[in-house]
Design a protein around this ligand. Sequence first.
Ligand code: ASP
Length: 357
Amino acid sequence: MKKILLVFALFGTIACNNSAEERTGNPEASETASEEKDTIQNFGIVIHGGAGTILKENMSDSLEKEYKAKLEEAVRAGHAVLERGGTSIEAIEQAINIMEDSPLFNAGKGAVFTNAETNELDAAVMDGKTLNAGAVAGVTTVKNPIDLAIAVMNKSEHVMMIGKGAETFAEEQEMELVDPSYFHTENRFRGLQRVKDSEKTQLDHDQKTAFLDPYIRDSKYGTVGAAALDKHGNLAAGTSTGGMTNKRWGRVGDVPVIGAGTYANNKTAAISGTGWGEFFIRGVVAYDISALMEYKGLSLQEAAEEVIQKKNVELGGNGGIIAIDHQGNVAMEFNTAGMYRAKMNKDGELEIGIYGE
Ligand code: ASP
C-alpha cells in the first residue's frame, strides 16, 4: 500500500512540475501559466531608517512629516520595481539609494561623524537565492555605498572590501564618487560636538541623556535598510550606515558583517538590522533569526521577537530589525522607543511607523 501511495505521490509531483507548455505543447499556455505564477506569487518590501530614542514629544510636526514622506518615497520606489517584475536586489537598491541621498538618515549624505571628524560608511547586501553577498566598510568617497556592496557581490570574487581598496574598486567600476566634504552636514557635526562635550563633562547616564538634545540623540543611530521578496520568489536584504557617532580607530559595526546586520536566505527570510552594532555582531542577530526559522521551525515573527525582545536585551544591546519571509510575511521588531519603518505589500497597502505602540 505504502508503495502505491509513493508512486502516486511521485507521479503527482512530476505532473505538477511540468510546465503548461509541456503539457499542452502550446507556448501561449506557458505564458499564461507564468502570468498565473506571477499573480499567485506574493511580493512585498519593508524598510527601516534606524532605531533609537525616537519619541513623539521630541519630534516637531514638520520633521515627522519629512521622515514620513521620505520613507514613503523609498518604499514606493522599491515596490514599483517589484511590481514591474524587477528583482528583490534592484528593489532594495532603489529604496536604500533614496534614503542614502537624504540628510535625514545616518547613511550616505546624512552619515554621522567619527571622533576624527570624518565620515566612514559601511554597507552590505545579500541575495537569498544564491547566498551571494557583498559588503564594504570605512569608505569615504562613495556616494551610495549600497551600490558598491552590490558591485562587490556581482563583479568581484570577494565578499568584503574596506577603506582605500574598496574605493579603488569603486573607481574601477565607475561608480559615482564624491569629495568627502559631501557627507558634511551641520546637524551631524553638531551631534558629534555634543557627544564629545558630554564625554568631557563627567555626567551620569541620566544627565547625559537630558543634556543631549532630541535630534542629537537620534543622530546616534539612523541606519537605513530594506528587505524584499520579488515576484520570482527571491529574497534580498541590504543595509547602509555611517555607523555610530564618535566611533574611533577604524571601528566597523554590524552592518557590513554578513549574518549580523544583514542576511537573506530564500529558505527563511531577508533581514536588515539597526541598533548598537557591537551587540548585533556578538548576537549574530540577522542569522540567528534565520536559524531559528530554519532549525527550530519558528515563524518569522516568533524568531524576530525571540532575538530582539529577549536575546538582544539580555546581552545589553538595543535596536531593531525589519524582515520579510519567503511567503511575504513581514516583521518590524524593535526594543528601542522607536524605529523609522515602512512596508508595502503586493496589493500596494502602505504602512508607515516611527514610534512604539
Ligand atoms: N548598527 C549601526 C552600527 O552600529 C548603527 C545603527 O544602526 O544606527 O554601525
